[in-house]
Design a binder for this molecule. Structure first.
Ligand code: ADP
Ligand code: MG
Length: 248
């Protein structure tokens, strides 16, 4: 049986600038993310984490190499097809929540469905809202919610299209410790119970310990990998890799 990765990168390079000033933000990265797994991506500031996430999500085009999403090669796609694929197959969660302030919670959550021209049916909404525990907040606006509640709206919005993969860039970076744990618990549940695939950039060993696997980037290369991480093993590995200036 062939197992198709939700996401697969093969020898991905991303170079910014030209000539002497050229920077290899990604320098030959190959990795796969199996369906129903939770991976944390860590690395010092400038190691290429954001570039990695953007290339894997089809938001940025690699200079060389291949990116496959749910078995579809992204690198040859035109902009329109790429946009459609992103809408169908990818969910995003950002540090800053990125909710639309004028829309209600329910409208924010179902926005990706409407953008994709899909029917925002009540059952799909009720299911994700139940999962993140926002049943009593559907008519509220984002400004009426706490940070943790806003991030739960963003998680529901990412889950509602049932994407092949959810990419999260420091999703707990703006939350206090207790709220961060609740949010991470929700992400963990959507993997363990819902079979969701998640790739999350973080610099926090506790956040990383919610994942099944941690991969470490340094200077645009994958340099290490840890399975069944604990906060202690992650912190220890970070110390060994050195030069961690509170990466972001
Ligand atoms: N748009 C850009 N133009 C030029 N250089 C960039 C650009 N984006 C990132 N870089 C460079 O690529 C490297 C990796 O950046 P980035 O992916 O943002 O790292 P991280 O998210 O780990 O901090 C850094 O040296 C950064 O300065
Ligand atoms: Mg970054």
């Amino acid at each position: 049986m062939t197992v198709i990765d939700s996401v697969r990168l093969e020898q991905v390079r991303k170079t910014y600038g030209k000539g002497n000033g050229a920077v290899a933000a990604l320098d030959g990265v190959s990795i796969g993310f199996r369906q129903g797994t939770f991976t944390a991506v860590m690395g010092p500031s400038g190691s290429g984490k954001s570039t990695f996430l953007h290339c894997a999500a089809g938001l940025d085009r690699p200079t060389a190499g291949s990116v496959q999403l749910d078995g579809v090669e992204l690198t040859g796609l035109r902009e329109k097809a790429l946009t459609r694929l992103r809408r169908d197959k990818i969910g995003f969660i950002f540090q800053a929540f990125n909710l639309l302030p004028a829309l209600t919670v329910a409208q924010n959550i179902t926005l990706p469905l409407r953008l994709a021209g899909r029917h925002a049916d009540k059952a799909a909404l009720a299911e994700v809202v139940g999962r993140v525990g926002l049943d009593q907040r559907l008519r509220h606006r984002p400004a009426q919610l706490s940070g943790g509640q806003q991030q739960r709206v963003a998680i529901a919005r990412a889950l509602v299209t049932r994407p092949a993969v959810i990419f999260a860039d420091e999703p707990t970076g703006a939350l206090d410790t207790r709220t961060a744990r609740e949010v991470l618990g929700l992400l963990r549940q959507s993997v363990s119970n819902g079979g969701q695939t998640i790739v999350m950039v973080t610099h926090d060993p506790v956040a990383a310990s919610f994942a099944d696997r941690v991969v470490f980037l340094a200077d645009g290369r994958l340099v290490d990998e840890l399975h069944r991480p604990t906060p202690e093993t992650v912190a220890e590995r970070m110390t060994h890799l050195g030069a961690w200036a509170g990466a972001a």
